[in-house]
Design a protein around this ligand. Structure first.
Ligand SMILES: *Cc1c(COP(=O)(O)O)cnc(C)c1O
Length: 359
């Protein structure tokens, strides 16, 4: 069977592994290096210095490229990746509007505002809604959309936005953190860039921060690589290696997280003491209104299995009251819950018991 025919889940298990060599491991361990041996003329050297490149990132990026369908550049975190997109593609001395989500990850808006005010760039804040995004593209140079959005879990039609962006002459970047390239491939849908916080479901063990951007146009990947080389927003080799190792289980983790999300949604929709239960269908994350700040906090404190923590997409089920942070327009009792890979019966029982105890 040809590698091209593999499903995305199978591809994730093998992605980026070097050609087999007798006596060598499947995935070589991390290479820790500042400078590399470099006698004479540096021309043509594969590795020069740890801010320029590292074989452990190269393998991780090759894996991401296979999953995303375009060359990938890894960064120190999801925000390092988004900052690179904003500054490398729209932060030069030709100020033209950028479109960013009004209801997406709040730090993206903050960095866009900082870049915009420093460079005289107009920043258009738009809700995650296909028509609203399309209407904001006129004259824009770059649009960032986030679908499903975090924390509201709203979605937009990437293919429709991509077509409109192309007509308007704007580059389209999709923050694909929630869905991961196993559930949604923005480049195939016509986007120019696919950005992710690998910190979340992509690596899924709540033990590292990493990010990446995959590009349709190799010139964009070049520009992002140059930004990383200059600013030093590089992933550590150990993080890149852990992230690569974690990709192999992405398919099975997502299947269990999604199955747990579906049964939890059934439990929650069957209750009259929570409202507005949301699940975007891809990935595991769900949202619901636990009716007020106090109830929400009491519920979280009553959980035994569900860990109260920010972030999502990990193997342990986590939840938080999102309004405890500034920056998101969500109800006081809004809970973002990220199902882990525990037994569904245990997760459901924990949530139901904690809701009953705090009803
Ligand atoms: C968490 C997150 C980010 C930022 O990622 P970090 O790795 O924490 O910097 C960006 N976008 C979305 C949608 C996120 O959920």
């Amino acid at each position: 069977m040809s590698r091209d025919d593999w499903t995305p889940g199978t591809r994730a298990v093998h992605a980026g592994l070097p050609d087999p060599e007798r006596g060598e491991p499947f995935l070589p361990g991390p290479t820790f290096a500042g400078p590399f041996h470099l006698p004479g003329d540096p021309e043509g050297a594969a590795y020069i210095y740890g801010r320029y490149g590292n074989p452990t990132w190269s393998r991780y990026e090759a894996a991401l490229g296979e999953l995303e369908g375009g060359p990938a550049v890894a960064f120190a975190s999801g925000m390092a990746a988004l900052t690179a997109v904003l500054y490398a593609l729209a932060g030069d001395d030709q100020p033209a509007p950028v479109v960013v989500p009004e209801d997406g990850y709040f730090m993206t808006r903050r960095v866009a505002a900082r870049m915009g005010s420093a460079r005289g760039v107009e920043v258009r804040l738009v809700p995650t809604d296909t028509d609203a995004i399309v209407a904001a593209l006129d004259g824009a140079r770059l649009a960032i959309v986030e679908t499903p959005s975090n924390p509201g879990l709203d979605t937009c039609d990437i293919a429709a936005v991509a077509e409109a962006a192309r007509a308007a002459g704007a580059a389209l970047a999709v923050d694909n953190t929630l869905a991961t390239p196993l559930r949604q491939r923005p480049l195939e849908l016509g986007a120019d860039l696919s950005v992710s916080a690998g910190t979340k479901a992509l690596t899924g063990h709540a033990d590292l921060l990493i990010g990446h951007v995959a590009a349709r146009d190799p010139a964009h990947a070049e520009a992002l690589g140059a930004w990383r080389r200059q600013t030093g927003s590089i992933p550590g080799p150990f993080e890149a290696w852990l992230a690569h190792r974690s990709l192999a289980t992405l398919g099975v983790r997502l299947e269990r997280q999604e199955a747990n999300a579906r049964v939890l949604v059934d439990v929650l929709r069957g209750r009259d003491d929570v409202a507005d239960v949301r699940h975007p269908g891809v990935a595991g994350v769900i949202g619901f209104d636990a009716r007020g700040r106090d109830r929400c906090q009491a519920f979280l404190a009553a959980c035994e299995l569900v860990i109260e923590a920010t972030s999502f997409g990990g193997v342990q089920t986590t939840a938080e009251r999102r309004a405890r942070w500034e920056g998101d327009a969500v109800p006081e009792g809004w809970i973002r819950l990220s199902p882990g890979v525990e037994d569904p019966a245990d997760v459901c029982a924990d949530v139901a018991d904690a809701l009953d105890a705090t009803r």
